[in-house]
Design a protein around this ligand. Structure first.
Ligand SMILES: C[S@@+](CC[C@H](N)C(=O)[O-])C[C@H]1O[C@@H](n2cnc3c(N)ncnc32)[C@H](O)[C@@H]1O
Length: 192
């Protein structure tokens, strides 16, 4: 079973906080959200959505999330790079992950992850991420152009909006990837 050693159950990153802020003025009363890498669950605590599912590979984050007793919040111990991601019980209006490419150097895993995300997204739903999470120390470094090339290469039905680029005083800002049309995941029959 894959595990994550750093303890993020009591703190949240600047990129996570920027994304949480981005959601704050939105009406989410009929929206379903998947949060990948729940950390301290401050996202689920701050957002009034119809439903939030969260995944993590840190047992301490799960224990922390459970004792917070957040309404309409279910947490799963699940490796996002596994095919089992496709077995989540819902489809989503938003999928939130500030470290999309981190914690693996396997490009096939990343491609499979994107295929799964697209399958889990509703049409017009968005993946919300942040440029800040692309530059984790000791991890594969990503750029927005590398990201755009990957979407083109995999022919994914995603259009990119760089939401707070102009407003941002620095290099980091929130990105949305909107699902524009239906798409068949080439690995949708895989189960492990
Ligand atoms: C650096 S922490 C960030 C937590 C939170 N998003 C934040 O920015 O404050 C990374 C998070 O991603 C999760 N994570 C790492 N690798 C993962 C994987 N392969 N599948 C699912 N979650 C993973 C960790 O369990 C942890 O919740």
């Amino acid at each position: 079973m894959k595990t994550y050693d750093e303890d993020w159950s009591c703190r949240s990153s600047p990129d996570q906080n920027r994304m949480t802020e981005w959601f704050k003025n939105k009406d989410l009363s009929n929206k379903k959200i998947l949060h990948i890498g729940i950390g301290d669950s401050s996202f689920a605590l701050s957002i009034a959505a119809n439903k939030i599912d969260g995944i993590t590979i840190s047992q301490i984050e799960i224990d922390n999330a459970k004792q917070l007793n957040i309404k309409n919040y279910d947490i799963y111990y699940l490796d996002k790079y596994s095919f089992l991601l496709n077995n989540l019980p819902n489809t989503y209006d938003y999928i939130v992950d500030n470290n999309m490419f981190n914690f693996t150097s396997c490009n096939i895993c990343i491609a499979n992850y994107f295929y799964s995300l697209v399958q889990l997204l509703n049409i017009d739903g968005q993946i919300i991420t942040d440029t800040g999470g692309m530059f984790l120390e000791g991890e594969q470094q990503w750029t927005i152009n590398k990201f755009k090339d990957l979407i083109q290469e995999l022919n994914l039905p995603l259009s990119i909006t760089e939401y707070e680029k102009e407003k941002s005083q620095h290099f980091f800002y929130v990105i949305g990837l909107k699902k524009t049309h239906e798409y068949k995941n080439p690995f949708s029959n895989c189960t492990s």
